[in-house]
Ligand binder design. Structure first.
Ligand code: ZN
Length: 216
């Protein structure tokens, strides 16, 4: 485990909402498409933001992985900046030679009763890393979160896995990459877990253990 590199990509950023021109500019998103540089992310009904959630969980995951001797690279340094754009985030993963790249998000569906986590990965794959390695990483994360007692999504994907062709960060990755949507911030029960430090530690414990399992 020691010496392996893992990239943790905390979704969004605290300065995004105040800088729409910068985050709305189009960047390459893979498969010949362009997409907005980044987005503001969602929030709970009480106003706890996704960017704060992803940053907090990512810091907790970094601490757990670093304790195993894993070198953790983050795609942003704090929760007060802007971006980086999705193509830059993918480039950070590619340039680091990461054994795994894990993006951390939470969803914001207002669909009644919608809850649960899902793991997205690039499909159909655009390179070898996006094939079996990415699918295995996504599956390890799904299994780890399920073992930790988190329910799989009732409204996206199948059994907690969601193959996607439209996510720029995953499309542009040349390393095994997966994106964790930890839960639905607009669901009251799940918002309570996502908003609590204890809940975020549970997510971090499960994500870190899944990455360690994947790295084998
Ligand atoms: Zn997000």
């Amino acid at each position: 485990m020691a010496g392996k590199v893992v990239v943790i990509d905390p979704g969004h950023n605290g300065g995004n909402s105040a800088n729409p021109a910068e985050i709305n500019k189009k960047v390459p998103a893979g498969r010949g498409q362009t997409k907005a540089c980044n987005t503001t992310g969602t929030a709970t009904n009480a106003g706890y933001t996704e960017h704060a959630f992803t940053w907090d969980v990512s810091v907790r995951v970094r601490e757990l992985l670093a304790a195993k001797g894993i070198k953790v690279v983050m795609t942003r340094d704090d929760d007060t900046g802007v971006g980086p754009c999705v193509d830059k985030r993918a480039a950070i993963g590619n340039q680091s030679g990461a054994a795994a790249v894990v993006s951390i998000h939470a969803d914001g569906s207002t669909s009644p009763g919608a809850h649960g986590f899902h793991i997205a990965y690039s499909a159909p794959p655009l390179n070898a890393a996006q094939g079996e390695p990415a699918k295995n990483l996504a599956t390890a994360l799904r299994d780890g979160l399920r073992t930790a007692g988190f329910a799989t999504s009732t409204y996206i994907g199948t059994n907690g896995l969601s193959p996607r062709a439209d996510l720029g960060g995953l499309n542009l990755s040349e390393r095994p990459a997966a994106l964790v949507e930890c839960g639905n911030m607009r669901n009251a029960d799940e918002a309570a877990v996502l908003s609590s430090p204890q809940g975020r530690q549970r997510y971090a414990d499960a994500i870190a253990a899944s990455i360690v399992e994947y790295l084998g």
